[in-house]
Design a protein around this ligand. Sequence first.
Ligand code: ADP
Length: 599
Amino acid sequence: MNMFRARLTLIFIVLIGCSVLVAGIFMASMLRKSYMDSLTVSMERELHVIKSTTDWAYQGTEEQMYQYYSSKTALLRQSADTRITFIGVDGQVFGDSEHNPRTMDSHTEREEIVEARQYGIGYSTRFSNTINRNMLYVAVPVQKGSETIGFLRLAMSLVEVEKSIRNVWYVLLGGLAAVFLLAALISYRVAFSITRPIELVTKVAQQITDMNYKYRVSVNKKDEIGQLGNAINRMADSLQLQMNRIREDESRLKSVLENMISGVVMIDRDGQIVLLNRSAEEILGFSSQELLGKRFDQAKQQFEFTQLIQECIDSRSPLRDEMVFYYPTERILEIHMNPISQTEDDWSGMLIVLHDITAVRRLERMRSEFVANVSHELKTPIAAVKGFAETLLAGALNDKETAHSFLQIILDESERLNRLIGDILELSKIESKRIPLQFSPIHLESFVNNCLNVLNTQAASKDIELSMLVPEYIYMEADEDRLRQIMMNLLSNGINYTPEGGSVTVKVEHIMSGNDSGEGDWVRFTIVDTGIGIPRKDIPRIFERFYRVDKARSRGSGGTGLGLSIVKHLVELHQGNIRVESEVGVGSKFIIDMPLIHS
Ligand code: ADP
């Protein structure tokens, strides 16, 4: 832009300089002409005066003529400030106010003489070799009667004229220089006022190119530059608006992507990974930095996965597959691959969506295992009922004693079946959280006492001692029926898996958090027996449905294998937790922690 301003300034200066120069030349020539004109007129006048006041018709010998005219010209020289020359008709000089006429050559060819002879007056301006100066010559013929006898010539040095013209030039040049300076200044200002707004507009355009949309042109003019500025401002407004919209969309999309549970990976048409959301990082066990910009086949991914991507790229059609991934942990992933196509036959890459379906598949497996287990559990008593009923029908009915024992077995098995179905229904109710808990304050001492009373007969039949250690003051908030279910299950397990003469004890403790309101306090139930204990390897599994350490013994005791799983669910519904410590042959200890109150 400065280049432009400099060029504009230069053009202005040259234009102004040229016009001043032309004006100067014109003025100088005018001046010279008017000087010369007035000089010529005055010389003419002088010439006529000289011609008429002096006798120029003298004739004599050559020597006499020299003397006469020389003295005349010398005399006149004193009163006129000009050179006076008398020239004979044939060109010979007879008198000259500045020079010896004898040494002078013939003047017949001098321009002014030729003109004077022809037109009655002659002018000439030339350099005089005789006196080494530019001179103006004016000549008139001298007549005697009608005969021309010679020429009278006045010559005036042009030094004065030239000096005044030179002075004029000096003044002009000085003026010119001043005008130049002024012109330079003015044209710079003018150029500045033209280029400055353009510079501003350019600067703003540059800022917009660099994505700084907040800059605006501040041009207040109404001319084309002003309009350009306004157009740029409007463009910046619209760009800013569009950019904001794009950024908003982008951040919305980004937050959707980042908060998605599914992993999303995008691969461009060159096979490079160009996008990876947080879930994808977690699922694949690689950070974005490790994967972005890498080709999919160099991203250290499982071979089958890489192969599937290749297959999708080759076929350019959507693919779906399920795959077990072993890194970072073992999981089952559902993979959807979709080519991103812009037109029918062009494509810009592909989108991979990953779902971790490990939990879903585990649940499905558990469900089907549960169904298998349930069927299996139900089959055993039904088979017994069926078998004994068939035997009875086949004739055993006649033997009264056998018939009685068989019918007893049928009754026991159907009771077991009933219990089993009851437990299964209960468990499914609890699991689906269909029945909400009814919280009420429970006085634990009387509550535990009641539970023990119910089981007294059962314990007494095995000579097992039931005891409790409960502080009198403790009240807790819980669903009483559910809490009773928990206690009864654990206590009857204790009685069941403890040989005769043993003991089962319930201990209740108040674990305080130091908060007066009781919030954050816990109640710990410990049910200890002196029974057969649970082998270490089985401890992690005893809360699973239908899991039994010793199937025969459990069945013998009428167990369904569902009791502990119901207990665990109920404890968790109360925001509590349960764990077990046990040693084979010594006994087991079930420890439950539950919040004292529920907010
Ligand atoms: P069950 O109806 O068979 O008792 P549970 O779910 O109540 O089913 O218990 C699961 C298994 O855990 C039992 O089969 C038993 O092997 C073991 N078990 C539970 N409680 C005790 C205990 N107090 N002492 C020893 N083993 C126990």
